[in-house]
Design a protein around this ligand. Structure first.
Ligand SMILES: NC(=O)c1ccc[n+]([C@@H]2O[C@H](COP(=O)([O-])OP(=O)(O)OC[C@H]3O[C@@H](n4cnc5c(N)ncnc54)[C@H](OP(=O)(O)O)[C@@H]3O)[C@@H](O)[C@H]2O)c1
Length: 269
């Protein structure tokens, strides 16, 4: 039997997921989408050949509902869905910070819920998506969520208690790298390089370093030691990074992101 999947609130993340699923082989005929604005729904139909429906129709007809509205819009969406959603629907939330209990309290008793925290590299099929089961989600439900989010990158299962830490590491993670590139590009300008050349040098170095980290199987310390020769240039830079407490700043920054994620999850905006 064909499994129908609906993406509800198809904005940036929802569209990234939808396009990844189609590239990975899902038939557009099995994909439903919902949007708040009629022109957005038509845009998705034209671009992907998927079928726009109302939220209520999606709840009635799709086997799996993927909710990708902003966290502040989730309660209203669930109010709309609850009367139409049978308890055997798999509900996957892509919203940052909202616990599975939030969905379980608002949907029929026993509804399986899976929580996924992805990140913006989903737009280029290099997402890191962290997946947790709610109290009624089965192994098959988790595997289904992995299959869907696997279309736009890597997936990792964690207990829901680790979601706030994962939000700090991979959810916000791309922003830290963008910030580093920005700061290193400024340094290049200070050293007399034009901005565009400094940018290209840093971005390609970032891609090269990331590829080595992913593909070499080496520990990051080993990779760094390989380019740190005695009394050389790299160790002079590393000494300054240590003098300025960059390692401690990163640890404190991620701890702050984890704490903020906890606050938001507990409803304290
Ligand atoms: N972007 C990120 O960096 C990122 C990373 C990880 C996770 N996330 C999570 O992904 C989710 C989506 O983020 P996003 O950046 O993709 O947001 P987005 O572009 O604003 O997409 C959300 C879409 O949902 C639509 N919408 C809102 N209420 C609706 C309703 N009741 N029925 C149908 N459609 C509705 C919005 O319509 P309008 O266009 O009319 O507002 C919008 O198109 C969020 O929960 C966020 O926490 C985002």
């Amino acid at each position: 039997m064909t499994q129908k999947v609906a993406v509800l609130g198809t904005g940036k993340i929802g569209e990234a997921l939808l396009s990844g699923m189609i590239r990975a082989g899902w038939a557009p005929a099995d994909l439903l989408v919902t949007a708040r604005r009629a022109e957005r729904a038509e845009e998705l139909r034209t671009r992907y050949g998927v079928t726009p429906v109302t939220n209520a129709e999606a709840a009635k007809t799709a086997d799996t509902l993927i909710l990708t509205v902003k966290p502040q819009d989730m309660a209203a969406l669930l109010d709309e869905l609850a009367p139409h959603t049978p308890a055997d629907r798999l509900v996957i939330s892509g919203a940052a910070g909202i616990p599975t209990s939030f969905f379980e309290e608002r949907l029929a008793a026993g509804t399986p819920v899976v929580r996924v925290m992805t990140n913006t590299p989903a737009l280029v099929d290099e997402a890191m998506s962290v997946i947790s089961a709610g109290s009624h989600a089965s192994e098959a439900d988790l595997a289904h969520a992995e299959e869907i989010f696997g279309a736009v990158g890597k997936t990792l299962r964690v207990p829901e208690s680790q979601q706030d830490a994962c939000t700090a590491l991979s959810g916000s993670g791309p922003a830290y790298f963008f910030y580093l590139v920005e700061a290193m590009t400024d340094a290049g300008i200070l050293l007399g390089l034009p901005r565009d050349k400094a940018h290209d040098l840093i971005v390609q170095s970032a891609i090269g370093a990331a590829t080595m980290l992913r593909d070499s199987g080496e520990h990051p310390v080993k990779l760094r030691e390989n380019v740190t020769s005695p009394a050389g240039t790299t160790i002079s830079a590393i000494r300054e990074l240590e003098n300025h407490g960059v390692r401690a700043a990163l640890i404190a920054a991620l701890e702050a992101a984890r704490d903020r994620s906890r606050e938001l999850a507990s409803g304290n905006s």
